[in-house]
Design a protein around this ligand. Structure first.
Ligand SMILES: Cc1ncc(C[n+]2csc(CCOP(=O)(O)OP(=O)(O)O)c2C)c(N)n1
Ligand SMILES: [Mg+2]
Length: 337
């Protein structure tokens, strides 16, 4: 057991309590996700798009931001990210069951389209990567208003081939805006594997074309992601401009509950990647530090299972939106704050 390994999180400025909280959020996101998949199979909900395999990267990124202060434009697999920022299991379940109390859209959007005014989570649109220019707009607002909030935006690697990505990064580079672009490279865009999406070796290399740093990190190593995002956050605060961070992960589930991934990849390939899971790796790290053991794990699993059960019942029993509320939030003056 290397000493450097044991103190790694403290060297990065994270307390023992914070890394334990990081682990709790990762496991919560995983359990939420597994329940959502089951609920869809049981016919209780229509659709789920999973973030399994990306939790460690998301939590590592989230902990580098200031909750309730910075602005967040997450993408549809960012369950662990939004849980780390302050959304609750009940919030997520209300969205999954398309109920009126869903903070993201009042039950009118597909799950995974996060929005939460109280947490500075900015609602996203369904066309992939449109959140990138939106995020750049938030970062421009910070600069124009002389405010020191930093904006987070995430997206998949397939989406980084869209025009919105390039326009957003170019503008942010020219104006040195305080925005962090996080590409969650999970190796697939639905059925299209990475090598058929782009000839570039790394998505992060694209940052050079826009005049700012790009870095690729192992997304299964939450602390490595934290370190990269924290550095980017510091750069943004010092007025040094944007950073592009590519977190390399693997999409363990089919694209969504509407997809059959066996037609374009083998079970063996998926199983191979399950073994490098970032949650298991983080648990091992905590054990090596003497912060975690089997008893603590059993207690956490029980606590989260109970919380997921309660949130599921809460979401299922909650009222649907009323038909007469269909135009709420659509036109100015129709909705609530
Ligand atoms: C502009 C646009 N084109 C196509 C789609 C359909 N679509 C939804 S998700 C997706 C794949 C995106 O892949 P990637 O960016 O790698 O993200 P991942 O789903 O792998 O996390 C596609 C093509 C869309 N929503 N928007
Ligand atoms: Mg992808």
């Amino acid at each position: 057991m290397a000493i450097g390994q044991v103190t790694r999180h403290r060297q990065l400025g994270l307390t023992d309590e914070q890394v334990l909280e990081m682990y709790r959020v990762m496991v919560t996101a995983r359990k939420y996700d597994e329940r959502a998949l089951l609920l869809q199979r049981a016919g209780k909900i229509n659709f789920h798009i999973s973030g399994i395999g990306q939790e460690a990267a998301q939590v590592g990124a989230a902990f580098a931001f200031r909750k309730g202060y910075d602005y967040f434009l997450p993408y549809y697999r960012d369950y662990a990210f939004v849980l780390a920022i302050g959304m609750t299991l009940k919030d997520l379940m209300l969205s999954l069951f398309a109920k009126a109390g869903d903070p993201s859209s009042g039950g009118r959007q597909m799950p995974g389209h996060f929005g939460c005014k109280r947490l500075n989570i900015v609602t996203g649109s369904s066309p992939v990567t449109t959140q990138v220019p939106h995020a750049v707009g938030f970062a421009l607002a910070a600069k124009m208003k002389n405010k020191d909030f930093v904006t987070y935006v995430s997206f998949g690697e397939g989406s980084s081939n869209q025009g919105d990505f390039h326009e957003g990064l170019n503008f942010a580079g020219v104006h040195k805006l305080p925005v962090i672009f996080v590409c969650e490279n999970n190796q697939y865009a639905i059925s299209v594997p990475y090598h058929k999406q782009t000839a570039a070796a790394r998505i992060s290399d694209r940052a050079a074309g826009y005049g700012f740093p790009g870095v690729t990190v192992d997304g299964n190593d939450a602390l490595e992601v934290y370190k990269a995002v924290k550095e980017a956050h510091g750069r943004a605060l010092r007025g040094e401009g944007p950073t592009l961070i590519e977190t390399v992960v693997y999409r363990v589930t089919p694209h969504s509950t509407s997809d059959d991934d066996t037609v374009y990849r083998s079970k063996e390939e998926v199983e191979r990647h399950r073994e490098s899971d970032g949650i298991a790796r983080f648990r091992k790290y905590l054990e090596t530090c003497g912060l975690w053991n089997d008893d603590a794990e059993a207690r956490l699993q029980e606590e989260i299972a109970q919380a997921v059960k309660e949130a599921t019942e809460f979401g299922e029993k909650a009222p649907f939106p009323k038909p007469e509320d269909a135009l709420k939030y659509v036109y100015a003056g129709d909705g609530e704050e």
